[in-house]
Design a protein around this ligand. Structure first.
Ligand code: 5GP
Length: 179
């Protein structure tokens, strides 16, 4: 275990198993509805989860990326800034948004709204982690890997000051690292 990690919340093996399970479930449900989703991954945190999950989706999916951030220090909390936009058109497309974690829910709500405004047929969400205690807007992921308590986590895509994204597990940082 990394020296700055206090404890592991979700192990590498649990993540692999869960990605397999979610991949199967997504495959079945989309097959049943005769839909093939465009996977839209939000950079950078969802990249490890996307690559783990996509292996287990047995549909002819396409993959695209978006990078968004919130406008800081303005009144317009909830508005998002697009740093990198999609390459393909989403008009009439079924989108499956891939997220690392749903925290306040603001990012998901705004991105969902944006994609629908661009003409997406539907927007569903798969998130590796869910922190329901922190939610401030009414939004729920359609597929969730793990529901976790209100702790700041890193690893498997999630960072602290851009570090720890490469850890193969989800862990809680030692307090002295961020205090
Ligand atoms: P939301 O808009 O739901 O509040 O925020 C979602 C984003 O905040 C996530 O995509 C992630 O980048 C960041 N975030 C929320 N909770 C955590 C956490 O516990 N650890 C890390 N590293 N990032 C988090």
């Amino acid at each position: 275990m990394h020296k700055n990690i206090d404890h592991v919340l979700v192990s590498a093996e649990q993540i692999t198993d869960k990605a397999k399970e979610l991949g199967r479930q997504i495959t079945e449900e989309y097959k049943e509805r005769k839909e093939v989703p465009l996977l839209v991954a939000l950079l950078k945190g969802s990249v490890p989860f996307l690559s783990e999950l996509a292996k287990h989706i047995e549909l002819d999916i396409q993959i695209d990326f978006m990078d968004v951030s919130s406008y800081e220090g303005t009144e317009s909390i909830g508005d998002i800034k697009i740093n990198l936009d999609l390459h393909c058109s989403v008009k009439g497309v079924s989108i499956l948004l891939v997220e690392d974690i749903v925290d306040t829910g603001r990012t998901l709500k705004e991105v969902t709204r944006l994609l629908k405004n661009k003409g997406a047929k539907e927007v569903k969400v798969v998130s590796l982690l869910d922190k329901p205690d922190r939610r401030v807007v009414d939004i729920k992921a359609d597929y969730v890997g793990f529901t976790i308590p209100n702790e700041f986590v890193v690893g498997f895509g999630l960072d602290y000051n851009q570090k720890y994204r490469n850890l193969p597990y989800i862990g809680v940082l030692k307090k002295e690292i961020y205090e």
